[in-house]
Design a protein around this ligand. Structure first.
Ligand code: NAG
Ligand code: NAG
Ligand code: NAG
Ligand code: NAG
Ligand code: NAG
Ligand code: NAG
Ligand code: NAG
Ligand code: NAG
Ligand code: NAG
Ligand code: NAG
Length: 743
């Protein structure tokens, strides 16, 4: 009865109108205008068509078919269009020319990966849930639609572009997976009748004792429902039937057995849950970001006296506006995050927001130019060698320790940590225009000593992190190479650096170096992102800790480029801790940049969960993800899982023992508090197809708060509370990360 009333109300208050055709057969209609750029269009193309003709598009790099309506279209439910082409590399976004608002950018691949030139594929963009994350478009003065080519341009045909008045979602079970001791997690669309669902374990029907639909966050197109079964999971076949055509089945394996001991624990440094450049205070709170870094290549050229930066070799050596450091510190600290601030330590910083180092007018023979600024070149000849750099004063203002002192002294907000620049060992590439000479050991050391001294002078209790070395190769050598190493008694770089700092700090009785800071990007290539690459991605977290894991990259197969023990196994955290112990005890270890290698793939999220677990378990002192994780994407979910919205994994790491444990397929991390209670658990099942069943003796019985993402449920936030008995094995679906916290 209530439902009927609501429907009537809905029908009465909703502005009723019909679909609106934007383009069909030869012309734009309903007042729509062509605001395209950089594109050759044929409105009556017949090379491939539906009905009489179609609109053919040939866009150059980043150009777009752009359609504008003098009246806004915010009341429509979605956009339908038919498209043909060889998976054209394009993306969509919707704009308001009134207030410059813009929707997220949606790659075509988020709608379909099978668009082809044989036939038109009909696609629908649902404004209430934009792919890939399900964000609603929101109500704005929308009046412009852009189909934009990526960097190589795009050729395709499009037809029947229509704004639709309503989208009818038929009831649909999307996924139903076993989780915990006796829960089925169901996602669906539309108005589902859950009572039709039948569960059988080893052929015997299992009663559903309760059904709970929970509010969804970030995925308005799906519903999430938890069905609690009257009996517990057991090894064997689980089948879930939701009508004649919809069923899901799983094999619940024999349990993997182990134990946790909350009384054997050590503190986790909460600074391991950091990111670079959080977007705002809400973001910090939603993901539970503990420390935020303002770093990266552009920050090397940050001029605080005007807030200018230069992108260096990342983007045609162009100056641009940068975030004001003081405001940024205020923002992150105001949201309860600590802050890591970079101090530039080369000789130049950007002088404005517009200059660039290699104008075509001065250097006509360059290999590449900015697609958005045809005059700005990449500083390289076609043969790959650098052009002779210009006088730096064309683009930069001088910088030295006096300027740094003035900068830091003027800050109203004080950083907890400073880094001395960023990856300066490769400045002769990243900042070739202003530091073309390769840095040697001595120059890196000199800059670290000079600028960390200034930092400590201005802020006596700030902590310094350096030298922020970019990668394995440069941990052990410099851009100058072997002659430089030879000139330093054959010593590998980081051990030498630690020794020099230890000696210096001993002489002056002042600690200049608090953190050995390194950047860590996996050396193995997972860019194919096929099943093999995904499996490799999920197991290569072992390079963070495992002395038996031979790196599946050049590091594992090449002759060592260093004189380190066991040089083909990275075992990053224990290796660096040992160097510190040997050469400068008391120095902490920080990873200022690291990445999952796949920020939009669910495996990237699972890897990040595994990494955050490893950081706590192996006593890392600080870590900040590069770059800003998308709050609603897989990496954001990994942070949310551990820390989101103030609920967090224990501040102590508790002992986990699992005799037959395969770290390629499973990660298990237990948390507790200083008193050895309040158990929390993070488990990541890296197996793409099989659930895992895990029995951990010592996990207290009782009610637990459960969070999870991944598996068939996909990239979105799922949470509920469940009950666990001490004898229960916990089932974790394939490709899923779960967080449990005792209530
Ligand atoms: C697209 O336009 C480019 C020039 O911008 C031209 O070289 C190319 O042949 C065109 N492609 C098609 C399929 O028409
Ligand atoms: C080409 O697109 C049509 C229409 O969407 C589809 O039916 C067909 O399967 C596609 N072909 C391939 C090879 O993907
Ligand atoms: C959108 O916003 C406008 C102006 O604020 C308002 O009049 C309209 O009712 C809103 N429409 C919807 C669907 O929320
Ligand atoms: C589970 O199902 C598979 C095939 O579907 C069958 O071979 C197996 O015997 C079943 N196991 C149990 C314990 O029922
Ligand atoms: C784990 O323990 C259970 C209960 O004792 C047992 O049935 C199961 O076989 C064990 N699992 C393995 C892999 O040994
Ligand atoms: C690369 O090309 C430039 C310009 O043609 C030339 O001056 C330079 O010698 C070349 N470098 C090499 C290594 O061939
Ligand atoms: C830094 O540069 C300024 C102006 O260019 C100069 O006055 C100052 O002496 C320099 N400081 C040092 C330590 O060289
Ligand atoms: C470092 O400081 C010393 C001593 O003040 C000075 O001679 C040197 O030029 C400085 N080097 C850099 C790169 O700032
Ligand atoms: C040079 O290295 C050797 C070992 O490789 C070491 O025994 C010696 O003490 C080093 N000398 C200095 C000055 O560090
Ligand atoms: C466990 O810790 C969480 C978060 O710190 C807290 O909300 C919860 O009340 C604690 N539970 C117990 C039993 O102490």
């Amino acid at each position: 009865m209530f439902r009927f009333a609501a429907l009537v109300l809905f029908a009465l208050t909703r502005r009723a109108f019909a679909d609106q055709v934007i383009y069909a057969d030869a012309a734009l209609s309903n007042g729509w205008q062509d605001w395209s750029w950089g594109s050759t269009l044929d409105y009556s193309a017949i090379n491939i068509k539906e009905d009489a003709s179609s609109l053919s598009v040939n866009s150059t790099a980043y150009a777009a078919l752009s359609l504008y309506s003098p009246t806004t279209f915010n009341s429509f439910a979605g956009l339908r269009f038919d498209i043909a082409g060889d998976n054209p590399p394009i993306q969509f976004y919707i704009q308001s020319t009134t207030d410059n608002a813009q929707s997220p950018t949606i790659p075509l691949t988020a709608l379909s990966t099978t668009v082809n030139s044989t036939a038109f594929t009909s696609l629908l963009l649902d404004f209430s849930a934009l792919p890939p994350t399900g964000t609603p478009l929101g109500n704005d003065t929308w009046d412009r639609i852009n189909f934009q080519a990526l960097g190589n341009g795009a050729v395709y045909n499009i037809d029947n572009i229509i704004l639709v008045d309503s989208i009818v979602v038929p009831p649909l079970f999307l996924s139903a997976e076993p989780i915990g001791a006796n829960v089925i997690s169901v996602t669906g669309q539309g108005d589902i009748d859950y009572t039709t669902l039948q569960v059988k374990l080893n052929g015997k029907a299992v009663k559903v004792s309760s059904i709970q639909t929970v509010p969804t966050v970030d995925i308005s197109s799906k519903s999430i429902t938890y069905l609690t079964l009257a009996s517990r999971f057991a090894p064997g076949n689980l089948s879930i039937t939701a009508g004649p055509d919809t069923s899901f089945s799983y094999i619940i394996p024999a349990s993997t057995n182990g134990s946790i001991n909350q009384h054997v624990s050590f503190p986790i440094n909460d600074r391991v849950y950091g990111v670079n450049f959080p977007t705002d205070g809400d973001y910090i709170q939603h993901l539970g970001v503990t420390i935020s870094r303002k770093g990266g290549n552009a920050e090397t050229a940050y001029n605080p006296f005007g807030d200018f930066t230069n992108a260096g070799n990342d983007w045609y050596f162009e100056n641009r506006a940068g975030d004001n450091a003081d405001d940024w510190l205020g923002m992150v600290q105001g949201a309860d995050s600590e802050a890591i601030l970079l101090i530039p330590a080369l000789d130049w910083v950007a002088k404005d927001t517009t200059s660039y180092s290699y104008p075509k007018t001065e250097y006509p023979d360059q290999a590449g130019f900015d697609p958005y600024n045809a005059d700005a070149g990449n500083g390289q000849f076609a043969n790959g060698s650098w052009v002779t750099p210009p006088d730096p004063s064309h683009v930069y203002a001088p910088w030295n320790v006096t300027a740094a002192k003035q900068y830091l002294s003027g800050l109203k907000n004080k950083p907890q940590v400073v880094t001395v620049d960023n990856e300066i060992e490769i400045a002769s590439n990243t900042h070739q225009d202003m530091h073309p000479i390769p840095l040697n050991y001595d120059e890196i050391l000199e800059r670290v000593l000079n600028f960390s001294s200034v930092a400590k002078e201005v802020f006596p209790d700030v902590e310094v992190a350096a030298p922020s070395t970019c990668a394995w190769w440069f941990y052990w050598t410099s851009e100058v190479g072997q002659p430089d190493k030879d000139a330093h008694n054959g010593s590998d770089f980081l051990p030498w650096f630690l020794q020099q700092l230890a000696a210096h700090d001993h002489t002056t009785s002042q600690r200049l170096l608090d953190f050995l800071d390194i950047h860590y990007y996996y050396a193995a290539d997972t860019s194919a992102n096929d099943a093999a690459a995904q499996a490799l991605r999920l197991r290569m977290t072992r390079s963070l800790w495992d002395p038996t894991y031979i790196d599946e990259s050049w590091i594992g197969t090449s002759a060592p480029s260093n004189s380190q023990p066991n040089p083909n196994a990275v075992q990053l955290i224990p290796r660096m801790q040992k160097l510190v112990e040997q050469y400068y005890p008391g120095t902490k270890l920080s990873i200022g940049e690291f990445s999952s290698t796949a920020d939009t793939d669910v495996t990237g999220g699972l890897v990040t969960v595994d990494m955050l677990g490893i950081f706590g378990k192996y006593k890392l002192d600080q870590a900040t993800y590069w770059a800003t994780p998308d709050e609603k994407g897989p990496i954001g979910l990994a942070y949310w899982l551990f820390r989101g919205y103030g609920t967090f994994f224990g501040d102590h790491s508790a002992q986990v023992s699992i005799p037959s444990f395969n770290p390629d397929l499973l990660g298990v991390y237990a948390g507790t508090n200083a008193q050895g209670n309040n158990a929390s658990l993070v488990v990541v099942n890296k197996d793409p197809t099989n659930p895992v069943s895990l029995h951990l003796a010592g996990l207290p019985a009782g009610h637990y708060f459960l969070r999870h993402f991944g598996g068939q449920a996909g990239v979105a936030k799922y949470q509920t509370t469940i009950k666990i008995d001490s004898a229960d094995p916990l089932v974790i679906p394939a490709y899923t990360a779960v967080f449990l916290q005792q209530l």
